[in-house]
Design a protein around this ligand. Structure first.
Ligand code: NAP
Length: 467
């Protein structure tokens, strides 16, 4: 895949980049190694200060960063600016909590020693990242990794090179030393050799199932720690007691967030028979009324899909679902003219084997399913290889508790839309991946959780574990 900026709203090729040469990659690896030797020994407060300054820059330059995201991957401009704000708050979260998360846990203290659990950095962490939240996906790996004392190597998606370079520049301006956070301009075919390199300690990937398999296999072959944040086909359950207004409004938002290109966008709408007809009528009307268009226009609600390949894939998944027997309630045909525009689409009566039921559809396409009640709703929600997020609408407290327990997902939201938040762990089960990002769990993925037991020391001048 060429490393280039192609405006998804117009199809115009804006800028093309040369891939890093083998020499340039070698230099970056060497720089990462020497940066780690220094950065990992800096006091935590110094590292949190850098991430805190990154938060300030993100806030001050939200419009510039927002325009860059919209140019490269087409998300509506207001959402792009909000992404910059979210990155700022993510950085601030780790700036404020880094010391606490890295403080050694004292298990026992004796007059001549101390037993503790310490958290030490691992080294260079390679991050293979997707284009759909081109800043947030990177920041949520980078902020905790840097605070923990690791250094970052970013291989971003090939269609967002300017975002990738802007994030490298962001950390440089925030005061990270040379080599602490570097962008590699490389294709996915160079990732395997990097994972094999002894100077890379661990790898994290956010992307498709295919990328996860390939990177997970390479990490396994070289016995390296990996975190895999992969795809999803999140269920959105509407049960008989649901507040219909709230369920419809949230359903629309949850399906078309990021023009439908979010791993945690709701994709399968599972609705109890008692409320199905009323829900579907209003949901279809609201989806059909969304404003699709130029993502730089603040009135736009749904922008173009990020690439021609994604547009073609989404269109093919809808066509194959209809051919398999699904009913098209709105949308279903790509929009004429330049740009990768696909309209909000709703399918009903989707057979279990059809793509809209089985696969992740990465565009504004909803599949609605009618079920008798909670038993069938839970069974259908869990009848998937994925397990990232799940949302459920009900006003019955006992039912809510049961859904929270029984839905197989990394996150369950009752009467709300699934969303990431720095304070809560984020990740999946089943083929949605393993490991967690965010909260203290995300920071602890890339540290050596070290047992330190000391005894036989003179009581005066006793040293405490580092930090
Ligand atoms: P993708 O095609 O898998 O690409 C993601 C990244 O992986 C890109 O940097 C890509 O590089 C690289 N890549 C692809 N195949 C690879 C391979 N075989 N070996 C090494 N690297 C490889 O995914 P995408 O289309 O950009 O993103 C959409 C997917 O990401 C969806 O499935 C979505 O659900 C998932 N996602 C998951 C989360 C989560 O937190 N769980 C969050 C957001 C998105 P190139 O661009 O150079 O091909």
């Amino acid at each position: 895949m060429a490393i280039e900026t192609v405006n998804p709203a117009t199809g115009e090729r804006v800028r093309t980049f040369e891939s890093d040469s083998p020499t340039a990659i070698e230099e970056k690896l060497a720089r990462a190694t020497s940066a780690f030797a220094n950065w990992s020994r800096r006091p935590v407060a110094e590292r949190t200060a850098v991430v805190g300054r990154a938060a300030e820059i993100l806030e001050t330059e939200r419009e510039t960063f927002g325009r860059l995201m919209t140019l490269e991957m087409g998300k509506p401009i207001a959402a792009a600016e909000q992404e910059a704000d979210k990155c700022a708050s993510g950085c601030r979260y780790y700036a404020e909590h880094g010391e606490e998360f890295l403080r050694p846990e004292i298990v026992a203290e004796t007059p001549d020693g101390r037993d503790a659990i310490a958290f030490e950095p691992l080294g260079a962490v390679l991050a293979v990242m997707p284009w759909n939240f081109p800043f947030w996906q990177v920041i949520r790996f980078a902020a905790p990794a840097l605070v923990a004392g690791n250094v970052g190597l970013l291989k971003h998606a090939s269609n967002v090179p300017q975002c990738a370079l802007a994030i490298e520049d962001l950390f440089r301006r925030a005061g990270a030393p040379a080599g602490a956070f570097q962008t590699l301009l490389i294709g996915s075919d160079s990732v395997g050799a990097l994972i094999a390199d002894d100077r890379v300690a661990a790898v994290t990937v956010t992307g498709s199932e295919a990328a996860g398999r390939s990177i997970g296999a390479a990490a396994g072959a070289h016995l390296k720690k990996s975190v895999l944040e992969l795809g999803g086909s999140d269920p959105f359950l509407v049960l008989a007691s649901a507040d219909l207004d709230q369920a419809v409004a949230t359903a629309v938002k949850a399906r078309v967030v990021n023009s439908g290109q979010s791993c945690i966008a709701a994709k399968r709408f599972i609705v109890a028979d008692a409320i199905y007809d009323r829900f579907v009528e209003r949901f279809v009307a609201a989806m059909a009324a969304l404003r699709v268009g130029d993502p730089m226009d603040r009135q736009t609600e749904v922008g173009p899909l990020a690439t021609v390949a994604i547009l073609e894939e989404v269109a093919a998944q809808v066509d194959r679902s209809v051919a398999a027997g699904a009913r098209l309630l709105t949308g279903g045909r790509r929009l004429a003219g330049p740009g990768n525009f696909y309209p909000p689409t709703v399918l009903s009566q989707v057979p279990a084997a059809a793509p809209a039921a089985r696969e992740e559809v990465f565009g504004p396409v909803a599949a609605v399913f009618r079920v008798a009640g909670p038993d069938e709703a839970i069974a259908l929600a869990n009848a998937t290889h994925f397990g990232l997020g799940a949302a459920a609408f009900t006003r019955d407290r006992a039912e809510a508790e049961r859904l929270a327990r029984e839905l197989e997902a990394g996150s369950v939201f009752v009467n709300g839309m699934v969303a990431s938040d720095a304070r809560f762990p984020f990740g999946g089960v089943k083929r949605s991946g393993h490991g967690r990002e965010l909260a203290r769990f995300g920071l602890h993925e890339f540290v050596n959780i070290k047992t330190v037991r000391m005894t036989g020391l003179p009581s005066e001048g006793r040293t405490s574990p580092r930090r």
